[in-house]
Design a protein around this ligand. Structure first.
Ligand code: GLY
Ligand code: MN
Ligand code: MN
Length: 431
């Protein structure tokens, strides 16, 4: 695979990283499920974004020398025996030849070599407080670099989260192509699973079907643990027990998305297990759908991220009043936040390599404005648990509809529109 895309991203830091500064990015370490059984490595997103490199326990240092971006990487050493058991390692030479870094080193030399690399710089950027133990490492390397050169100013340590996050917030063409594919895989998987669901199925079986449908299309892992919630379980926002039988009279809320080539998709659909919405289920569903569509319309370059938020709150407040679930003046209820008992989360979040992706939500002391290349989820919901003080007929209904929206020059593109959210289309699909 062409690795120049990652090198170009490193080089583009030339205009973002101050001169005479370094950006340090640690990669992921292997995680163990039990004893010596490890999970498959999931590389740390920013590390992968700037390297395309997927070996564990690696660290990258990108230095703006003023002339250019110097790229250094510390990687696992070549080791014949380890390679027999665990597979190919690029080693320092491979990191240079295959991944186009300027210099590669064995990661066991990092404590010795990092202070030399940092010596004489003015600033060191890294994501403070994100990786256990790494803060102390950076302090130690920086102190060692300072003590090598007592006649220079000491090096400032600065949080680099926004610098990297806001770069990743605007997706380039390569990323958009991958995200479209991730969303297509998830959307096609939804359609196949929705067609097959029937009363008596177990949530766990439905989860397994999603994982199978993702994997067979190239998305081996889900981007997050799927939520497969029949009936009232849908009112538990982060329900992941996924172990109950599904009743024909219930709705099922599924929040599932594959990860494809390191990029997440994130879809929620709520549909009737028995294939037909009841009157009350449809009433609630239609309010959420109206909020979803109106909020998607507000995702436009130049609009504040608060616009879809406020629109979804207003549509849901109005809908709950029309159904008699809330009573009073819509504007007053909205101001008082009465909707929050039913719609208690935000409209969405940035989407990218991480499902809750990096990138700031504020800029210049105000809410961020949408710009082309951003991808956000739009996911309004209404959740009425049986403990709420409402007419019994509404109890146990939980609905969320979530789509992934790319901001374009001229408006937006719904990357997950292939899965129907229109209730008639859902019923037709499930018939
Ligand atoms: N699937 C996680 C979320 O919707 O935020
Ligand atoms: Mn989401
Ligand atoms: Mn979701």
């Amino acid at each position: 695979m062409d690795k120049s895309i990652y090198k170009n991203r490193r080089n583009s830091l030339k205009n973002k990283l101050p001169k005479n500064s370094a950006l340090i990015i640690p990669g992921a370490d292997l995680q163990y499920r039990n004893a010596d059984s490890s999970y498959a490595l999931r590389q740390e997103s920013s590390f992968y974004y700037f390297s395309g490199f997927s070996e564990p326990s690696s660290v990258m240092v990108l230095i703006n020398s003023g002339e250019k971006i110097e790229s250094l990487i510390f990687v696992p050493q070549k080791d014949k025996l380890k390679e027999i058991w665990d597979g190919y390692r690029a080693g320092p030479d491979g990191a240079v030849d295959e991944y186009l870094f300027d210099q590669g080193f064995e990661n066991n030399k990092i404590d010795e070599l990092m202070p030399e690399a940092l010596q004489g710089l003015e600033k060191v950027f890294y994501s403070i407080g994100k990786k256990s133990g790494f803060d102390q490492k950076v302090i130690d390397w920086t102190c060692a670099a300072n003590s090598k050169d007592r006649h220079s100013n000491s090096i400032d340590i600065i949080d680099g989260s926004s610098l990297v996050g806001n770069m990743r917030l605007i997706k380039d063409e390569h990323e958009i192509d991958i995200m479209k594919k991730a969303c297509d895989i998830s959307a096609e998987s939804y359609i196949d699973v929705m067609k097959s669901i029937k009363p008596g199925d177990n949530e766990q079986g439905v989860e397994a079907l999603f994982l199978y449908e993702f994997a067979k299309r190239g998305g081996r892992f889900p981007a997050y643990t799927p939520i497969v919630a029949g009936g009232e379980s849908a009112c538990v926002l982060h329900y992941i027990e996924n172990d109950k039988d599904l009743k024909g009279s219930d709705l099922i809320l599924v929040d599932a998305g594959c990860e494809y080539q390191m990029y997440a998709s994130d879809i929620t659909r709520t549909f009737p297990v028995g294939g037909k919405f009841s009157k009350e289920q449809l009433d609630i569903y239609n309010v959420v759908l109206k909020a979803n569509l109106a909020a998607i319309d507000a995702v436009k370059s130049g609009n504040s991220i608060m616009e879809p938020q406020l629109i979804s709150e207003k549509v849901i407040t109005e809908g709950l009043v029309e159904l008699g679930i809330l009573s009073g003046d819509v504007d007053t209820l909205h101001k008082e936040g009465a909707f929050k008992n039913f719609y208690m989360h935000k409209i969405g979040h940035w989407l990218g390599m991480d499902v809750h992706d990096v990138g700031d939500y504020m800029e210049d002391d105000d809410f961020m404005k949408f710009k082309p290349g951003m991808v956000t989820t739009i996911e309004p919901g209404i959740y009425i648990s049986s403990t709420m003080d409402v007419d019994d007929k509404w109890k146990g209904i939980g609905v969320r509809i979530e789509d992934d929206i790319l901001v374009t020059e001229s408006g937006n593109l719904n990357l997950t529109a292939k899965v129907p959210s229109n209730p008639q289309e859902i019923e037709a699909l499930m018939a």
